[in-house]
Design a protein around this ligand. Sequence first.
Ligand SMILES: Cc1cc2nc3c(=O)[nH]c(=O)nc-3n(C[C@H](O)[C@H](O)[C@H](O)COP(=O)(O)OP(=O)(O)OC[C@H]3O[C@@H](n4cnc5c(N)ncnc54)[C@H](O)[C@@H]3O)c2cc1C
Length: 242
Amino acid sequence: MAHGWEGAVLKLMRGKDYAFTVTGAEQVTDRYRRVHLTDGGLLRAVPPHPTMWVRLWFARDGKPHQRAYTLVDPDPATGTFSLEFALHDGVASDWARTAVPGDTIEATVQGTGFHHPEPAPERLLVVGDPASLPGVNSLLDAFPDTPATIWFETPHVTDRVLPLRLDADRHDLRLVERIDNGGHLLKQVRAELPAVLGDPEKAYAWAATDAATTRALATYLRREAGLPRRRVHALGYWRADA
Ligand SMILES: Cc1cc2nc3c(=O)[nH]c(=O)nc-3n(C[C@H](O)[C@H](O)[C@H](O)COP(=O)(O)OP(=O)(O)OC[C@H]3O[C@@H](n4cnc5c(N)ncnc54)[C@H](O)[C@@H]3O)c2cc1C
């Protein structure tokens, strides 16, 4: 597929192209689907890191559309990984709903990365939602001994049973209904975070929900909660309609 100007720009910025092939799919809930794939050589060329994501190219009406998705359990030895899709309207969700073995999807790797916070965090403060669940799980896997408080926004009732990789001894999960376009989540984090924060220099916050809420969370974490900029990773994962 020709990727149009976005692809040309990524190529100039050294993006790399791969073709992934679907080997199977599972419906996890009515609104969440896991698709298994082979990697087209990706994981040998680019060793995986926590929260690693790729830019996938979907075609609609003869035009390319680029969407970011996170690798789930990337395994360089077998050249396989999965992708998990929070389902809603959209070209990526539509592709995932009907993906069957043998389907292929093109990808560009550009922009992903992970800097292990130094010194190692005493506590993780994680804010996510179904779109960032793969990122949240990969982050928790990357810190197998670190306590974490996780605020997980649930737009739909079945999101409450999504497979968070929790360890009851270390992880404290707060499920938060999506109300007021993320305003309720922000309120709850502001109300509850100070009690679990500890030394802001030794905490590490990772937030990825809709863009506007994530921006507000980042501002709160840095300006009010007092976490240094380098101890906050905040990236909007999707845009809510106005
Ligand atoms: C680094 C990164 C990693 C990501 N990893 C994942 C991942 O592993 N799994 C995943 O599901 N998503 C992930 N996302 C989010 C995903 O890229 C966006 O949700 C994307 O917009 C989906 O594309 P679409 O074509 O399905 O919908 P779009 O065409 O972008 O949007 C169609 C409609 O759906 C709404 N919409 C879009 N996303 C959501 C959402 N998450 N919840 C509710 N409504 C939505 C829009 O407001 C719009 O009305 C990631 C984003 C980033 C930046």
